[in-house]
Design a protein around this ligand. Structure first.
Ligand SMILES: Nc1ncnc2c1ncn2[C@@H]1O[C@H](COP(=O)(O)OP(=O)(O)OP(=O)(O)O)[C@@H](O)[C@H]1O
Ligand SMILES: [Mg+2]
Length: 515
């Protein structure tokens, strides 16, 4: 049997139908009259229809950003109301181990709070765009609608909505599966349902435990991250956007990417790997930024190679090459294989991305740049406030080696450790190379064999470095000798010229005297 609530809800639907009909016929009435009719109709509805509707749309701010309340309500409903819904949607979470059910579109459920009944509907409107387009340009507008009796207005708008949002956020935190995002080329953005970022589940095993670096430096970075994570109020108090920039620099194979994975696992944040070369211009960069979630690490790897962001002017030769390319398309094709789609993201666009007004939309974000050549970067890009913490990832030291030995061989100490220590102090080897040498190549290879292999590799690296430096010294010597020889020849020539001109002058003088 239909309850009073359902009866009133049905009446609500009838009224919605009448409103729709009115919207169609309204044009046939003079504007003055239609305004009067509308005002009286609203009053009359208010007397007979005692229910209030609140709409929670999926997007706010001109569709720029997904509304947090919408997401929280969706989570709340999937956890609390799905038992009563008849049509559900299933989504796998938590390493595909479990399913999360949520209400399907245009489905309704009744919820209860402190003895008060209320109704949630999940709605979808599809509107066709009037403009002609090659792509499917229909627009989907989703929203949740809450209906309740007006006598409970204070309870619902005061406590119930707060309760729903808090529960929804808690559910999201429980079900949260971290994601690794990458930006889609902007040419794909206008496809139906295309989003700016695509993602996979983030499953990198690196942690600060397995990261090889000096313990004091590691501890300092972990403390810095923790301070940031817990710093919401602090950032508010000092009037600074809740974000922090890290610059990781060092030679290839020293663990920069590994460090980012460790950071994400430590903080439980998503990772947005931003490929700058596919971003068309500064406006698109801003749009990408707005679509990143909170609790995220935004990464730009090898920033020095991404774009010409050094802020330096082009050399005369580069300018000449570019002009020639513009004039000669064949040359251009030969250089790029195909016509290059150049990104127009500029240094100032990137600076604003990191530290401009838009960077404060949404908090709790870490921005990480990695580079092999820190000296190539524009100082403005890496100044404190943009890149707050500069971390040098360097060659393997003994402490870092001990972490790798524990990870790869399961040993804390070994008689060969002192030899390794001495060799690591005498030569440079990246953690990636040390790790590779520590990895058993055969099933029966034990830790002794691995450590001996590493010592051999270190000895070889040391010898190679010595040979290289001797070669360089030889080259330097040869260059100095060559320079000296050239200078001596030039001097001799100069002297020769002087003597001959003196001789000529002398002969000329004698001739005059004879005469
Ligand atoms: N500090 C480290 N601790 C643990 N493992 C490391 C470390 N550095 C390098 N490795 C190992 O070496 C591999 C390469 O490291 P990674 O990709 O992090 O280097 P990178 O500094 O990002 O290099 P590139 O500059 O070429 O991008 C990793 O897969 C990891 O196993
Ligand atoms: Mg890397």
């Amino acid at each position: 049997m239909a309850t009073a609530f359902e009866m009133w809800s049905n009446l609500g639907s009838v009224m919605a139908g009448l409103m729709f009909a009115w919207a169609m016929f309204k044009q046939y009435f003079p504007p003055q009259l239609s305004r009067h009719i509308e005002a009286y109709a609203h009053k009359a509805v208010g007397y007979v229809y005692p229910y209030i509707h609140i709409k929670f749309p999926e997007f706010d701010g001109e569709r720029l950003k997904r509304c947090e309340a919408y997401a929280a309500i969706q989570n709340y409903l999937s956890a609390n109301a799905t038992a009563r819904a008849k049509r559900l949607k299933a989504e796998s979470v938590k390493d595909s181990q479990s399913l999360v059910l949520s209400m399907d579109e245009n489905e309704e459920v009744v919820d209860e709070f402190e003895g008060v009944k209320l109704r949630w509907s999940s709605c979808l409107n599809v509107s066709q765009s009037s403009s002609f387009s090659l792509y499917n340009s229909s627009k989907e507008i989703r929203y949740h609608s809450l209906t309740f009796h007006r006598s409970h207005r204070d309870l619902i708008t005061g406590s119930y909505i707060k309760h729903v949002l808090a529960k929804g956020k808690a559910v999201a935190a429980d079900n949260r599966q971290r994601k690794l995002f990458t930006n889609n080329p902007s040419s794909d953005w206008h496809y139906y349902k295309a989003t700016k970022w695509s993602h996979v589940t983030f499953k990198h095993p690196a942690t600060f435990d397995t990261l090889a670096m000096e313990l004091s430096k590691k501890g300092e970075i972990m403390n810095d991250l923790l301070k940031f994570k817990r710093g919401k109020q602090y950032y508010e108090r000092i009037g600074k956007a809740w974000k922090r920039g890290y610059l990781l620099y060092g030679p290839p194979g020293t663990g920069k990417s590994t460090m980012i994975a460790a950071m994400a696992n430590f903080l439980n944040y998503d990772v947005y790997d931003l490929e700058l070369t596919t971003v068309k211009d500064n406006t698109e960069l801003r749009k990408l930024l707005i679509e990143t979630s909170e609790k995220a690490i935004i990464v730009i790897e090898d920033i020095d190679c991404s774009l010409d962001l050094t802020g330096q002017r082009k050399t005369k030769k580069q300018e000449k090459d570019d002009d020639e390319e513009k004039a000669d398309p064949v040359k251009k094709m030969a250089k790029g294989g195909e016509e290059r789609k150049e990104s127009k993201v500029t240094l100032s666009g990137l600076l604003n991305f990191i530290d401009g007004l838009w960077s404060a939309c949404g908090g709790e974000r870490i921005i990480v740049f990695t580079t092999n050549f820190v000296e190539k970067l524009d100082p403005a890009l890496i100044r404190r406030g943009r890149m707050d913490k500069h971390i040098e990832m360097s060659y393997c030291c003994f402490e870092a080696f001990k972490v790798l030995a524990r990870n790869y061989l399961g040993v804390e100490s070994h008689p060969l450790f002192p030899t390794v220590r001495r060799l690591l102090e005498e030569t440079k080897m990246t953690p990636a190379d040390v790790a590779e040498n520590l990895m058993p190549k055969l099933d029966d290879e034990n830790e002794d064999a691995c450590l001996e292999g590493l010592i051999e590799a270190l000895e070889k690296a040391k010898q190679d470095a010595r040979n290289k430096s001797e070669e360089e010294k030889e080259k330097e010597k040869a260059a100095v000798a060559e320079a000296e020889a050239t200078a001596a020849t030039a001097m001799a020539e100069e002297e020769g010229k002087q003597t001959s001109s003196e001789g000529e002058q002398k002969t000329a003088g004698e001739d005059v005297l004879k005469k």
